[in-house]
Design a binder for this molecule. Structure first.
Ligand SMILES: *[C@@H]1O[C@H](CO)[C@@H](O)[C@H](O)[C@H]1NC(C)=O
Ligand SMILES: *[C@@H]1O[C@H](CO)[C@@H](O)[C@H](O)[C@H]1NC(C)=O
Length: 572
């Protein structure tokens, strides 16, 4: 994939998510920090994108796949605009925007563009959220502004990408930070407006919740106020995307499958999904309750989408098992995968990546170095140490379970992408691949400079003759190794590129520490000074032989050993 490698998967997905509006508005400054971060760190990205590299691998604007809601309530998917009941979404224009806001204490406004696929995907959820909030009699209105019609208004509110959701309290706004789903929007607004925990006193209300919320937390208490209620409220503030309820009514408790005779306080999490009910059995403390909700709010298997990627990757459960399968194969493997997931609920996240889904399939497969279309099961330790493990052998229930168990117990051997180890490696610049990195780069007896490059990267190509020259000058110094690694085909946890090229220095005797990143001008002189400064083993260049020191044109192809250090001396 011709794209600078962002550090983490969520960043990658954010980049893809952001690409359509980057292209259409040709913004030089990206909309959010993460994107800036990627661009700042990519090292090889021209500001105005003349080569169109940003388009590489980006989703088509309207490629939102119907199948992305595989495990969600089908009524919330975006099949057809005709089904959307927008009765409670108020359209606004510049002429009535201010008067509308002046009349409301709370409002959410969506700035959208008709051509934007993510806006269309949001529309049914947004409409359903509006309806839900009206039904709950909440003092809030949901509105929308066509930013292509109202460009000045959009600009006045700093809108740079679509959709942008702003939440106004007495006319003061902030951007809505959550997931773009009905439940997340409703839960977030409800929290903003209310005390965090809602009382459920009648069976009618309880039924409304059970049919209306995809996920809800209910506590069965002795009293609707007091210490337990306060603790629950605190937990609800820690967990932004789920509605919390409390009741003292045994009849309500019964509807939530709590035994009315059960001890109080007790807490359950109810999901519309097939497994339905999770009973909390920990201590009645805010942080543990919030943790329990966070760990259990995701379904048994989550189908990865751009929208839910943050929830998946920010989950307190870091370890994931990912299933990659094309849509036509998934009906065969998903039931097995789901069965395998059951014993590991709350311990491992099981994620399904639809391999042929344009939006996530290809970029995520690429991120993990998966090239083929065949069904693959992969274990991933999360973005922090980013180790991955492949399931080998048959994709059977037993095998997947065993794999998951071994993964939990840290018994698996991590997989690193690697080119074959080169047969001979006696050029000035040593070739490092995933499999020989330990030997060459982490050799405690050597100071090692490693360039991580990508074959397609322009700055890497420009650097190459300079890098070769540096290596040639330093050829005679045994304690020093100048090396390079193709970062698109090779990986290692101790050599992570921050865009291409990344130049890292590993001083001798200090290999267990983080390498030092070279950030100066990429000239022979600057790199030489950098090595000199950080090398554990001091070295000296041999004196220049003045008779050959004049040959300035020996770049990269200098034949004679005896002119070893002459060019460098010239440049110094
Ligand atoms: C604002 O004006 C537009 C266009 O005239 C209209 O469709 C919309 O209903 C108005 N909204 C309100 C709240 O008056
Ligand atoms: C729930 O009931 C308690 C006790 O009557 C009350 O103090 C609290 O304000 C109520 N909460 C809501 C959200 O109405």
């Amino acid at each position: 994939m011709a794209m600078a490698m962002p550090r983490s998967l969520p960043l990658l997905l954010l980049l893809l998510l952001a690409t359509p509006f980057l292209l259409s508005l040709s913004l030089a400054s990206a909309r959010d920090e993460d994107l800036d971060y990627i661009i700042d760190n990519a090292g090889d990205i021209p500001a105005n994108d003349p080569e169109g590299w940003l388009q590489e691998g980006s989703p088509e604007d309207d490629s939102d796949s119907d199948s992305e809601d595989l495990f969600d309530d089908p009524s919330s998917s975006s099949d057809s605009d005709a089904e959307i009941d927008e009765a409670h979404v108020v359209p606004l224009t510049a002429s009535n925007f201010s008067s509308f806001l002046a009349a409301r204490r709370h409002a959410m406004v969506e700035f959208y563009a008709p051509w934007c696929g993510h806006c269309r995907a949001l529309a049914p959820d947004y409409a359903a959220a509006a309806t839900n909030l009206v039904e709950h009699n909440l003092d809030v209105a949901l509105a929308k502004v066509d930013a292509t019609e109202e460009a000045e208004l959009a600009e006045a509110y700093g809108v740079q990408g679509f959709p942008t959701l702003l939440f106004f309290v007495d006319g003061v706004h902030k951007e809505y930070p959550g997931e773009r789903t009905k439940d997340a929007i409703v839960a977030w607004i409800t929290k903003k407006l209310g005390p965090g925990v809602q009382n459920v006193t009648t069976v009618d209300d309880a039924e409304k919740i059970i049919t209306g919320d995809d996920i809800a937390v209910l506590a069965f208490l002795h009293s609707l106020s007091g210490a337990h209620s306060d603790e629950l409220a605190a937990a609800s503030r820690l967990e932004d995307t789920v509605n919390f309820y409390q009741t003292t009514s045994p009849d309500v408790a019964k509807l939530f499958h709590i035994d009315p005779e059960a001890k109080r306080p007790s807490v359950v999490l109810l999901k519309k999904e097939e497994e339905k009910l999770v009973v909390y059995d920990g201590e009645f403390r805010a942080s543990s309750i919030a943790e329990f909700v966070s760990a259990n709010k995701l379904p048994l298997i989550t189908a990865l989408t751009q929208e839910n990627a943050p929830a998946i990757f920010d989950s307190p459960i870091k370890k994931q098992i990912l299933l990659f399968a094309v849509a036509s194969e998934s009906s065969k493997f998903l039931p097995i995968f789901k069965e395998a997931a059951k014993p590991y609920k709350g311990k491992l996240l099981f994620v399904f990546v639809e391999r042929d889904n344009e939006e996530v399939g290809e970029p995520v497969a690429n991120y993990f170095g998966i090239t083929g279309q065949e069904t693959t099961v992969l274990a991933y330790t999360g973005n922090e140490d980013a180790k991955k493990f492949f399931l080998s052998g048959e994709m059977s229930l037993e095998n997947i379970k065993e794999f998951a168990q071994d993964f939990l117990e840290d018994k698996l051997t991590p997989f690193y992408k690697s080119d074959p180890v080169p047969e001979s490696n006696d050029e000035d610049v040593k070739i490092v691949v995933g499999k020989n990195l330990d030997q060459i780069v982490l050799d405690e007896s050597k100071d090692v400079l490693l360039e991580i490059y990508a074959p397609w990267c322009g700055h890497c190509q420009t650097l190459e003759p300079t890098y070769n020259k540096l290596a040639k000058h330093l050829r005679g110094i045994d304690s020093l190794v100048i090396a390079k690694m193709d970062g698109t085909n090779n990986e290692h946890p101790r050599a992570k590129p921050d865009g291409f090229p990344t130049i890292l220095f590993y001083p001798a005797g200090k290999k267990s520490f983080e390498p030092i990143t070279f950030e100066g001008d990429r000239t022979v002189v600057e790199m030489y000074k950098f090595i000199k400064k950080h090398a554990s083993i001091p070295f000296k260049l041999k004196r220049a032989d003045s008779s050959v020191a004049q040959t300035k044109s020996s770049e990269g192809s200098g034949p004679a050993d005896h002119e070893k250090s002459s060019n460098l001396k010239d440049e110094l």
